[in-house]
Write a protein that binds this ligand. Sequence first.
Ligand SMILES: *Cc1c(COP(=O)(O)O)cnc(C)c1O
Length: 374
Amino acid sequence: MIPFNRAAVAPHQLELVGESFTTANLSGDGPFTKMATQTLSELHGGATVLLTPSCTAALELSALLLDLASGDEVIVPSFTFSSTAAAFALMGATIVFADVEAETLNIDPEQVAQLITTRTRAIAPVNYGGTPVSAKIRALADEHGVLMIEDNAHGLFAAADGRPLGTIGELSTLSFHQTKNITCGEGGALVINDPSFIERAEILREKGTDRARFFRGMVDKYSWVDVGSSYLLADVNAAILAAQLDHADEIQARRAAAWNHYHDALGSWATEMGAGMLEPAAGATPSYHLFGLLMPDHATRTDFLAHTKSEGVLAVFHYVPLHSAAAGRRVGSAPLGCPVSSDVSDRLVRLPLFSDIKVEEYERVAEVVATFGR
Ligand SMILES: *Cc1c(COP(=O)(O)O)cnc(C)c1O
């Protein structure tokens, strides 16, 4: 069976983990956190980066920074992972679901423009599959004085017109879950593009203490100064992350090779089938996070997934729209409906694309796909 996902192991990953044990500095903000953080900061034009235990934790930290009060609203796309909405709902926000655009599968600026109210505190778009969210979202946030928090779990290494994704929101978040391009098992990061959030983010992440200021010698003892939680990534995990980031060029090259092979090998098959392929936006540098096919209808997708599975290839679908999920209906609503999210959710397929995929694996996947319906 060719799996949908298999984690890549960077060649010196074990060595760095071993070193982490030798220095006996396993908890957060140790030397490997510094290494990984510096690389991530450079990838985001020098922004401040805080490693977290997950992208979900980074989204929660963003939500805490908003100081949400009852009745405050956060606008999120319906077509995303639960965390994008759950993190804000957990901190008390009412979730307003917007539909996605059919071309990009990113939050629809036309809907967002209509959904912004005086209670809106933030818009939290996703760069789906590493496709840059519309610049109109930044403009809307500015116009209405609300924050933009980019869920950039798919967009590390991607850029729009040369600008790295994850740098246009005041805050953005990354995931290093095993299913993402770079992984340390479970992990994430908060990228802080607006420096006014740095000091409080450090405090909220450190159980509400000013420990970070203490370590920089800015206060002579640290104490409890605010609410907070524990959102640090263990340094032993950061050692894996640092090794993977060192190895990022190889990882991205392999993902690009698989993506390009699918794209070249399946073009005429897709046309014949009436299937669509998710394409990178014009002027964008892709992240090669996923390879998506849009089957003509739900029944064809069901047959397609059965076909690939019977041939030993594990292709999968993606999100069940959040506005229609049980929790989504409890914590929010979709005042304008989300027909595109529902439709795409019924038809989308993702092919195996992972950081150590082998040539014979992606060639076999393409062969299996191309025999469907022929
Ligand atoms: C994977 C993912 C998350 C959650 O990431 P974790 O690191 O597992 O918390 C959030 N949002 C999106 C869009 C994702 O794909």
